[in-house]
Design a binder for this molecule. Structure first.
Ligand SMILES: [Cu+2]
Length: 229
């Protein structure tokens, strides 16, 4: 009887070990889900400056906002850089002026109205974006200067660069509404939307086909003859 007990004890230990390994593998797979999204314009070309974000449908809990980061939109060579910024609600943005001339930063957007009056070099206090929505940032002195801030209530977002592609990983298994927005849509056109089921592992590819070609941005230096400070 003793021998039997000992064998089943060993079996049990082995079983526990296996169960532990299986649990670890399953846990790893459950964490690895996500979406790999590509933005294409009307001509099928890859699109930069597209904000792609995922909102869970139903009861998938979202991670806590965590510590607030501060991001930067610089005034540099008579342009705002970056042109498009995506942030989570509550994030602060610094607007330093790296130019030798003055700028007058202003937003009329309902998601965040603010004004940084004409000033010389330096960085004024950061602006906290506390409501979701699109914020258009203008310079009152240079009509071509414009920046877009997409303030989002979800932590799952990314902005495309020249490759037109982003990955939204760390998505828990479940259903998500994936939206894609480009500044040329402004506040008028709704973001493109797809509903996607994220499985327990792997990156699910999706494509957003926009029905326009992005307008060319004005060059950072105004054309000869154009008036500026
Ligand atoms: Cu300016």
């Amino acid at each position: 009887m003793n021998g039997n007990t000992s064998i089943s004890g060993r079996r049990l230990a082995l079983l526990h070990g296996l169960t532990a390994i299986v649990s670890i593998v399953v846990a790893a797979a459950a964490c690895a889900g996500g979406i790999s999204a590509t933005a294409l314009d009307k001509d099928g070309a890859k699109m930069a400056d597209v904000v792609i974000y995922a909102t869970p449908v139903g009861d998938i809990p979202m991670p806590a906002a965590g510590a607030l980061e501060t991001v930067t939109i610089a005034q540099d060579h008579l342009q705002f850089t970056p042109y498009v910024t995506a942030i989570r609600t509550g994030t602060a943005i610094k607007f330093p002026n790296y130019d030798k001339i003055e700028h007058h930063v202003k937003s009329f957007s309902s998601a965040k109205e603010f004004e940084i009056k004409v000033y010389e070099k330096g960085t004024p206090p950061p602006v906290v974006f506390d409501k979701p929505g699109v914020v258009i940032v203008y310079c009152m002195l240079h009509g071509w200067m414009r920046a877009y801030v997409m303030v989002l209530d979800t932590p799952y977002f990314a902005k495309t660069e020249a490759s037109g592609a982003v990955m939204l990983d760390k998505l828990k298994e479940g259903t998500y509404e994936i939206k894609a927005w480009h500044p040329d849509m402004g506040m008028i056109k709704p973001a493109l939307t797809q509903t996607v089921k994220v499985g327990p592992g792997g990156m699910q590819p999706i494509t957003f086909n926009f029905d326009f070609v992005a307008k060319k941005r004005k060059p950072s230096k105004p054309a000869a003859g154009e008036k500026h400070h």
